[in-house]
Design a binder for this molecule. Structure first.
Ligand code: DQA
Length: 157
């Protein structure tokens, strides 16, 4: 059976230090937590009859293993690679194995208004869309975009 938005969850991946969201530099990243992001993403996915599978790791290899898993079993990937955005060819290579899978890159902060080293993203070379500076709302936008790219409609009320 072909994978659809309703039949396979969206993989929502979060990179290093995002486990501390809510406590970490709240003036930049806000006071919402990963649990708040999970709730927001679930709500967004439900609009289109889908679900999300949210994970966080401080380890590059684990994120790569999860991208490989998404390649086989998920409808799309929403990824905030955190600092790996700016350094990881390995994460880019992993995403490049996901032919045809929607990939949306999200950053809580507006990386383009910050230090110059944050202006370059390896992940953007594969991402179908990039959202930055919209706080946790950016994740919801990204889930809606994955649904659109999967051709999902809106679930009947
Ligand atoms: C971030 C921006 C990155 O530059 C930073 O390393 C992060 C979080 C963001 O969500 O704004 O850890 O991806």
């Amino acid at each position: 059976m072909p994978r659809t938005f309703a039949s396979a969850p969206v993989m929502v991946l979060n990179g290093p230090n995002l486990n501390l969201l809510g406590k970490r530099q709240p003036e930049i990243y806000g006071t919402d937590t990963l649990a708040d992001i999970e709730a927001l993403c679930s709500e967004a996915a439900a609009v289109h009859g889908g679900t999300v599978d949210l994970r966080q790791s401080n380890h590059e290899g684990e994120l790569i293993d999860w991208i490989h898993e998404a390649r086989e079993a998920h409808s799309g990937i929403v990824i905030n690679p955190a600092a790996y955005t700016h350094t990881s060819v390995a994460i880019l290579d992993a995403l490049n194995t996901c032919d045809g899978l929607p990939v949306i890159e999200v950053h809580l902060s507006n990386v383009h208004r910050r230090e110059e080293f944050r202006h370059h993203s390896y992940v953007s070379l594969r991402a179908d869309g990039v959202i930055a500076g919209c706080g946790i709302q950016g994740y919801a936008f990204a889930v809606h975009r994955v649904a659109t790219l999967c051709g999902a409609g809106t679930a009947a009320a």
